[in-house]
Design a protein. Sequence first.
Length: 455
Amino acid sequence: LPVLFKVDHKSPYYNEQKKVSIFYAESWALIHYLMIGDKQAHNASFGAYLSALGQGASQDEAATKAFGDLRKLQDNLVAYIGRFTFLAFGYPAPAKIPESSLSTRMLSPAEVDAYSGGFLALHRQFEQAEPLLEESAQLDPKLALAQRNLGFLHYFRDERPDALASFAAAIALDSQDANARFLRAQLTFDDVSHTDPQIEEDLRQALALKTDFADANGLLAVYLAANNQKLPEALGLAQNAVHLQPGNFNFQLALAQVLIRVRRYDDAEALGRRVLARASDDGIRTEADQILTYVTQARDYDARMRQTQEESAARASADASAARADQAASRSDEVAARSDEAPAEKVSEPAGPAGDPNAPVLKRRGQPTDVIGVVIQVHCDGTEMEVTTRVDGRPAPLVFHAKDRKRIGYTSNVSAIHNDIDPCSELKGHRAKLIFAPSEAKWLDGELVRIEVEK
């Protein structure tokens, strides 16, 4: 039984001709025992097992939790099989549906080919599917179903550019196809650009059509996090995806990515380690390892930034104290000078008003720091500006803020970009040096002082 519980799509028991019949026979006997054996006494345990799997537990964890000692379960199963008698339950057929409640119509030849080709494509019979789908598209160029199923054919054959083109054509003919919307967004995000706004539009349309579309929830969460946009919404979307499919490790890793972006490193690490412990797929395990490495890098980077900000704040405080001491010394010198010039016989008069303790004191900003990276997002709101930059060697994009973008210095080595640049519309996509001072806001990486566009 420990071996049987671990069989998956990659196991020889699932794929090899000599072993697959044994796997199916043992599986059938086990399910029969758990559902019907001993007067259905094991239904609760079987339900607990399925529930644990659904919550993301590994096969071993779920089986141990539900059935306890697997050796005892195996002994009971062997005894059950040895009876050579298996009970069966009879169930009445469902009520016949009145023909009057059904409506029919004649399918066009193009629709027949599209449905037939789509069925074959979904069952990976690609050679038979392709001519049917191509003929369908030729017979009726405005049939969205033909383009969508052509998209599936290309997608399953890993012909990704052709799949993207077919899904785009399907959406142009039928904008209310949630699956085509999602797959266009996924292909664009994976192969073309992480920042294309069409991705967000497609995913929001897909969710408007199917609110419980787990894949669309998960991808939209990753898209928003990758672009440092609407992070609270991104977190909610990732949590929705995990709630809809608790056993899906891809959604758990998507949630971990968002948790990193909102700097919840402990939660992201715990989730990554849980996936690593339970997943058997090499690709999933590799991605979980990458998430854990990313968490370590992000923690280290945040620690360095905090140290830099603390040192800058300490220098600023020392500079302010020095400025106040200089002002106080200057006032003392002025008073002493006036006293030396006054006639000796003059009766002393009340001194002038004391220095205002609330008077403004010249404060020096912390020493500026700079980074060089590619600007991937610029958001302007009134005079304020937020700039997101991807920097080589950094685990996550950096986010900088300017309270008044018109008070920032701009220079450029690019002939098409002048010093009077409009950063809201012209800065995105360029490589630039960003000079910044520490920010008090924890979610910001700095307050912008100057931007030097390099290319």
